[in-house]
Design a protein around this ligand. Structure first.
Ligand code: E4P
Length: 216
């Protein structure tokens, strides 16, 4: 499974990239607003660090404007993926961007039917938001199971990008279900490293080494 980070924070992106575990980045307008930077500047900065897919989201309801924004974003770097909403307008824009060979990420997917429509329309990536479903008392991971089955049944090329991840367990479950990609907030990435036995084991090894390191 590919691992993307879900952030627009450049320091976190650089840090995670330095571990050799980062396949791509997803951003959204909320994440960009949190950083207080220009979208163009930040996406270009991210693309200098990460060579894999970097998602940049359109910010309009109008399909023509989505197409125009998508073409501009795609000009910023060869690895920019244009994030489009899972709406009729988003799928109209998707058709045009596909014709231009521009890669897309259909976002805000909450049902298997929406995932089916995104695949039929030819999305490159498709992002179901599992945490937001969990927040409503639904089982987000059940949606991933349905989508993976449907895409497997028909060999759709659209990749399942599990989004709105809230815990390390979400990542494990996404991998067990065979999702193509998980996009993970930086703090959840950090938690994936953690185990108390790793910490205590390392402390013990270093303490024991101190006892013998000067022996000839
Ligand atoms: C995905 O591309 C989205 O940016 C993201 O996963 C949304 O997550 P949230 O529900 O934590 O805002």
């Amino acid at each position: 499974m590919k691992l993307f980070v879900d952030t627009a924070n450049l320091a976190d992106i650089k840090r995670l990239a330095s571990y050799g575990i980062l396949d791509g980045v997803t951003t959204n307008p909320t994440l960009i607003a949190k950083e207080g930077v220009s979208l163009e500047t930040r996406i270009k900065e991210i693309c200098e660090v990460v060579s894999g897919p970097v998602s940049s989201e359109v910010v309009t309801l109008d399909p023509k404007e989505m197409i125009a924004q998508g073409k501009i974003y795609a000009g910023w770097a060869p690895n920019v993926y244009v994030k489009l909403p899972m709406t009729p307008a988003g799928l109209i824009a998707l058709q045009e961007l596909n014709k231009e060979g521009i890669k897309t990420n259909v976002t805000l997917v909450f049902t298997a039917n929406q995932a089916l429509l995104a695949a039929k329309a030819g999305a490159t990536l498709m992002s179901p938001f599992i945490g937001r479903l969990d927040d409503r008392g639904q089982e987000g991971m059940a949606l991933i199971e349905e989508i993976v089955d449907i895409y497997d049944n028909y060999d759709y090329e659209t990749q399942v990008l599990v989004a709105s991840i809230r815990s390390p367990r979400h990542v494990v479950n996404a991998a067990l279900l065979g999702a193509d990609i998980a996009t993970i907030p930086a703090d959840i990435f950090d938690k994936m490293f953690e185990h108390p036995l790793t910490t205590s084991g390392q402390e013990q090894f270093l303490a024991d080494w101190e006892k013998v390191k000067n022996k000839q």
